[in-house]
Design a protein. Structure first.
Length: 455
């Protein structure tokens, strides 16, 4: 469903002007103070609160738009980053603007189109958005690019480099891993699978429907296309010699065949095409799903579920005899899990996505905005951001933390990781969605389903 947003009317002063924003909505309606106006007022108040000479020293306000994805701690992390940055840069005030993530792509289209004069100074972009709109963004200075090239793996930087130049700094980098209930695998005497055939066999052996399912696959439009692409990336090179990615590439056939084999063996959850990634993760927390593909946010969800269980257990114990029954149930529901790299074949790679903090080209405060990006790129900032459902995105942090929770299964292969095609994913995702529908429903073989989707 498309959002019903009513932004200010386009600025007639032209794209280059950031000081002539309208203060009212075009057409009938109540008076409306512009975001820029509010930012300046807030900047002055914050400067006074910080003990700065608000009207004696020039203070620059930066509007930073981030997307509220519901990840626990994201706002607190940003507040800490802003506070530390402003302590070192008292002449800059960061005004964070959190917006609903479901409207993010629509806002990006507006800011890079007819609504460009109202773009913020800084915003959060996915690697796919950056690839489509890099001409509207500030290219990082040479010295900054050299520093990032020295400290950050080339696989990460490749997701934000266009025309040979970087257009942002990593905000959160994330790789897919195989999440599994270690207690369930241990009880069955199974080790985490390392091959495609092993994954299929493990899923079938762990399944005990309807109480437990071996492997979870999100439905088309609910994350299934990304899961299929991640599995295929691990099984080989999905792009042809010209760099184009087509659904008929053999790794896609092999990955889809894996899922069909799991389903025919009873290893997948029922109504495969209707589940979302979050629903699968919750099913895993309940002990009803043994394995799934996920990014580090799955670890955070499982960790929160286990903490909630422990809290409820303590409350039940405090109730004495009245809580004995509930305490027994909760003790039996302990959540034990781990991660492992996805199965990789020759030519395969770890699957990677990177979100970027970018500066819009028509900002009137590029020096201050780039200063904030430099701060975000520092090692301490990158470590804090990795806690928000990502992986440490610098070479040093990846080497130091590669064997620690929650990143043990995510950081192997980061140096040569690959991700979604930066061009053409809209088409490819629809093709993979169609193929999933046809193959999982049994109407076509995996090869037939993928070939038909390519027509």
């Amino acid at each position: 469903m498309r959002p019903t947003l009513t932004p200010n009317a386009p600025n007639k002063a032209g794209r280059g002007s950031r000081t002539a924003r309208p203060d009212r909505v075009a057409g009938p309606g109540p008076a409306y103070v512009s975001r820029r106006h509010v930012s300046l007022i807030v900047a002055a108040l914050l400067a006074i609160a910080a003990g700065l000479p608000a009207w004696g020293q020039r203070v620059t306000s930066l509007q930073v738009v981030l997307w509220d994805t519901g990840v626990q701690g994201q706002r607190e992390c940003m507040s800490t980053l802003v506070r530390n940055f402003q302590r070192e840069n008292p002449d800059v005030i960061i005004c964070t603007d959190w917006r609903a993530s479901e409207y993010a792509e629509d806002w990006v289209r507006r800011w890079t189109g007819s609504y460009a004069d109202h773009a913020p100074d800084i915003a959060l972009f996915t690697d796919l958005w950056l690839a489509s709109h890099y001409v509207d963004l500030v290219t990082l200075p040479d010295e900054m690019q050299a520093d990032l090239t020295r400290r950050i793996p080339g696989s990460v930087l490749a997701r934000g480099k266009h025309g040979g130049a970087l257009c942002g700094v990593p905000w959160v980098a994330a790789t897919e891993a195989l999440y599994y209930r270690s207690d369930l695998l241990g009880d069955a005497g199974l080790a985490p699978p390392k091959s495609a055939a092993g994954l299929v066999q493990c899923a079938i052996e762990l399944a005990d429907p309807p109480s437990r399912y071996g492997f979870g696959v999100p439905g088309p439009g609910l994350g299934g296309e990304g899961t299929l692409h991640a599995l295929a990336t691990g099984l080989g090179v999905t792009a042809d010699d010209d760099g184009a990615t087509k659904p008929t590439a053999s790794p896609f056939v092999d990955a889809l065949q894996m899922l069909v084999q799991m389903q025919s063996g009873g290893g997948l959850q029922p109504e495969v095409l209707t589940w979302s990634e979050v629903e699968l993760a919750r099913l895993m927390a309940q002990g009803r799903l043994a394995m799934m593909v996920g990014r580090p946010w799955v670890d955070a969800l499982l960790r929160q579920a286990e903490e909630d269980r422990q809290t409820q257990l303590a409350e039940a114990v405090d109730m004495g005899e009245d809580g004995e029954g509930r305490a027994r149930e909760l003790r039996a529901q302990k959540i034990e899990w781990s991660q492992a790299p996805l199965p990789r074949a020759e030519g395969g790679a770890t699957h990677l996505a990177v979100d970027w903090l970018v500066v819009f080209g028509n900002t009137d405060a590029s020096e201050q905005a780039l200063r904030f990006l430099r701060f975000v790129a520092e090692e301490d900032s990158q470590l804090a951001l990795a806690m928000l459902g990502g992986v440490p995105a610098t070479k040093r942090l990846a080497a130091e933390l590669g064997g620690t929770t929650p990143w043990a299964g995510h950081l192997q292969g980061l140096a040569d990781a690959r991700g979604l095609p930066l061009q053409g994913w809209d088409l490819l995702s629809r093709q993979l969605s169609d193929a999933l529908n046809y193959a999982i429903s049994g109407r076509r073989t995996p090869a037939e389903a993928l070939a038909n989707s390519a027509q």
